[in-house]
Design a protein around this ligand. Structure first.
Ligand SMILES: [Zn+2]
Length: 603
């Protein structure tokens, strides 16, 4: 793991490798203009939206948003971490990488991310050993076997035990010379209230290491063995752990998922382990959070069909409505060049009968019954129809309520064919004319359109405005303009933090041609940012000097206006508060900005 790959070797690999060659081994590519296209290896599709640019040495899928360079492609297709991907490419192109361990000096230079992953890896080993040692380890092991888990599953998922006491893990790392501050960033220890020292976050709990598809240990879940609360405790969000983007067990289920084209999604660690133990290995668990759009996007790289498993009707309904919301969000229609496009997943809801959870159901009825129930699980809309009928009955009153329940989910489906089929289904099921249902759905669509405007704003906050995206696309595709970008302090006016970071990185690294996009990608390890870069670099636009200058002027003017408005607001607030000191400094700032913008206008 802790192997250092020198920068010049990475450059050498990049110069030797060709993305079209590499991708061709997995995807059948066809020439299309300057680029090559093929069927995306990361999501199921029938028409090619996976695009490879030999000029930029990057790939981008307009279907699922996967994107990156040679290294990311290998990491994604073979489930490798960056150093392994680099090694594998080096081997392929006969480039020699010295195989040396890190010196203490290099260790310091190791990026924070890698050092956190290394800490997690060592903590996982610590917990695993604690489970196999001493009296308390034995009682933890006894608890797991009482829950019916085999030693094979315990090993496969690297389960562990966090010993009773306040500082076992802390001392383990202190002895290795790991600074407490770094350990704190991993979320494994917490500072004491009085500020004197630290203590272990996980104490006397079964530990479930959370491992991503690149085999990196990104966080932990801990469960008590009695009735203590909280029953479950997870690592906090860290630079390597984001729970809305992590799925428990995906690293051990992805191959099976690809093979059978279906995934079961459950809510708990133990449910997931029971499924795997019963041979149902195409299963993952969400980590103390409802299914998110990011989860769906991740899973749709492996499977077209998802089955969400719940232990109660209410949980099932909540989730079904949420899924519609997720898909609807992803469906917001944007013009060409925007980052996400429509994503469809065939999603089903399975509510286990009689309050069973997957664990108790499998124990009582066995895997055959589970798989049969799963294969009959209704789609989201059919599920909602049946639930609504169950709730309101088929009296006239009941039918009115059912249509009211269903009008929003139905209007949210923006595939016309699918929507009319579901309306037909509802009409037949409850014996009400299609025309009447359609009318209700149209009413709701009109309301939805109004809401859509608010929605677009949220989406914009996350991905940056269209204009911000265009600025970055221009910087990537027409680097001649970079001196102008610098001179006008354009980056300062970018509000979206991802885009701002990308802009800064481009300027810092003296980026000067589109051939360097792939190099830029190796410098950025945030997947969201990688995807943005690939998307914006690939968007078809033609740039010329005067068009670029216009765009910059428009953007800067807008940014200055916004900044002036913000300062005025603050000045008004200071006046109201009679805060003379703040007022003076704000007035000075206002003057300085006025001079600055005048100078820019003149230049
Ligand atoms: Zn794709």
């Amino acid at each position: 793991m802790a192997i250092f790959i020198p920068e010049d070797k990475i450059l050498e690999i990049k110069n030797a490798a060709d993305i079209v060659d590499l991708v061709s081994e997995v995807v059948q590519l066809k020439k299309a203009g300057k680029n090559f296209v093929g069927l995306c290896p990361f999501h199921a599709e029938k028409t090619p939206s996976f695009t490879v640019s030999p000029e930029k040495q990057i790939f981008y899928c307009f279907g699922c948003g996967a994107g990156g360079n040679i290294f990311s492609f290998l990491m994604k297709t073979e489930g490798l971490a960056f150093p392994e991907a680099a090694r594998s490419l080096a081997r392929r192109y006969g480039i020699d990488i010295p195989n040396r361990r890190l010196t203490p000096e290099q260790k310091q230079r190791m990026s924070e991310r890698e050092s956190l992953l290394e800490i997690n890896r060592q903590a996982m080993d610590f917990f695993a050993q604690a489970l196999r040692r001493g009296a308390s380890g034995q009682s933890a092991m006894a608890y797991l076997s009482k829950r019916g888990l085999s030693s094979n599953i315990i090993d496969r998922f690297n389960l562990g035990y966090a010993p009773k006491g306040w500082d076992h893990l802390l001392n383990f790392f202190l002895k290795k010379g790991v600074p407490p501050a770094r350990l704190e960033r991993s979320g494994l220890i917490l500072p004491k209230k009085d500020g004197r020292g630290y203590y272990d976050r996980f104490r006397d709990r079964i530990i479930f290491p959370i491992i991503d598809v690149n085999q990196a240990v990104i966080g932990f879940g801990g469960r008590v063995m009695d009735d203590t609360l909280p029953k479950y405790l997870n690592s906090p969000e860290t630079p390597v752990y984001n729970k809305s983007r992590s799925l428990y067990g995906l690293h051990l289920s992805k191959d099976k998922c690809r093979q059978v084209q279906t995934v079961h999604i459950v809510e708990g660690y133990l449910d997931l382990l029971t499924l795997h133990q019963n041979g149902i290995e195409n299963a993952v668990a969400t980590l103390g959070t409802a299914l998110t759009a990011d989860h769906v996007r991740m899973l749709s790289r492996y499977v077209p069909r998802m089955i969400l498993v719940y232990d109660s009707d209410e949980a099932g309904i909540r989730s079904a409505l949420r899924c519609i919301d997720i898909f609807w969000k992803e469906h917001v229609d944007f013009s060409r060049g925007d980052v996400f496009r429509e994503e469809k997943a065939d999603t089903h809801i399975l509510v286990l009968p009689d309050g069973h959870d997957p664990d108790s159901y499998l124990r009582e009825k066995g895997p055959g019954a589970f798989e049969k129930a799963a294969s009959h699980a209704p789609g989201i809309i059919s599920f909602l129809i049946e639930q609504s009928i169950g709730m309101h009955g088929l009296s006239t009153e009941g039918k009115i309520r059912i249509v009211t329940d269903l009008k929003h989910p139905l209007s949210a489906i923006n595939d016309n064919v699918a929507r009319s089929l579901y309306i037909k289904q509802l009409s037949e099921r409850i014996g009400l004319e299609e025309k009447i249902i359609l009318e209700k759905v149209r009413e709701d669509s009109a309301e939805t359109k109004k809401r859509n405007i608010g929605h677009k704003k949220n989406y914009t906050d996350r991905m940056g405005s269209r204009l911000e995206q265009q600025i970055i696309a221009m910087m990537l595709q027409f680097p001649d303009i970079l001196p102008e970008i610098k001179r006008n302090n354009v980056i300062e006016f970018i509000e979206n933090p991802h885009l701002q970071f990308i802009g800064k990185t481009i300027l810092q690294h003296q980026f000067s041609s589109v051939e360097q996009i792939s190099g830029l990608l190796s410098r950025i390890d945030n997947p969201e940012q990688q995807r943005l870069i690939s998307a914006l670099a690939m968007a078809e636009e033609s740039w010329d000097e005067s068009g670029c200058m216009k765009l910059i002027a428009q953007f800067v003017k807008q940014g200055q206006k916004r900044r002036d408005r913000q300062i005025l607001d603050r000045i008004k607030a200071a006046e109201k508060e009679n805060d003379q000191e703040t007022l003076n400094s704000l007035l000075k700032e206002k003057q300085k900005l006025a001079v600055q913008s005048q100078r820019q206008h003149r230049a």
